[in-house]
Design a binder for this molecule. Structure first.
Ligand code: GLN
Length: 198
């Protein structure tokens, strides 16, 4: 069984744990850097990216999170987690982990639409998926290696690049676990591949 962590510094942590377990994988809340080495994959949850970044620095997670991704272990960033993964953030000089080749815009759906739900198509994953958006970002552009998996209102709201997965909404807040299941599949695949290399 693969073990998937949820970065537990801030945000929607428990809901992701429940969702990982519903997909038949083992889940762990990660609060210390040394816990990362037990993991096959990691979810960066939704919450507040600025606060999360402050805590990442405070608890010395920054380099460890980058190395985790660079070692080939899958990461899934949801909402604020998408902002943390992005290589470029509109209107901001410094991005955070810069593990995914994409430019994102924060709080991008506007004030009138702070939170909403929408049915979207997740390419290759679900024809119709109820997506919960909360002060959501979206992807303005993706690099060559990234593949857009979903759009809403003409904006890219989910993407995959190699072993990185990201979405602008909160898949952990409904009982539809298909996107998390997709990530669990990515983790299984990567774990087998990394084992065969070692
Ligand atoms: N629900 C969320 O994760 C919101 C993200 C938040 N707007 C941010 O910039 O971090």
């Amino acid at each position: 069984m693969v073990k998937i962590g949820v970065l537990g510094l801030q945000g929607a942590v428990q809901e992701h744990v429940r969702s990982i377990e519903a997909c038949g994988a083992e889940a762990a809340v990660i609060k210390r850097v040394d816990q990362l080495k037990e993991l096959d994959g990691l979810i960066l949850p939704g919450g507040e990216s600025t606060t999360m970044r402050r805590l990442i620095d405070k608890y010395h997670f920054f380099d460890a999170l980058r190395s985790f991704g660079e070692s080939g272990k899958p990461m899934f960033g949801t909402c604020a987690g998408m902002i943390l993964l992005a290589g470029d953030i509109a209107g901001q000089e410094d991005a955070h982990l810069q593990l995914m080749d994409m430019k994102v815009a924060r709080n991008a759906f506007g004030r009138q639409r702070e939170s909403f739900e929408a049915e979207i198509e997740l390419r290759g994953i679900a024809d119709s998926f109820n997506a919960v958006f909360i002060r959501a970002p979206y992807i303005l552009e993706t690099g060559e290696n990234a593949e857009a998996l979903a759009t809403y209102d003409g904006k890219i709201v989910a993407a995959r690049q190699d072993h990185y997965l990201t979405c602008a909404f909160h898949p952990e807040l409904t009982d539809d676990h298909r996107l998390t299941e997709h990530f669990v599949g990515m983790v299984k695949e990567a774990t087998e591949k990394l084992a065969s290399l070692s």
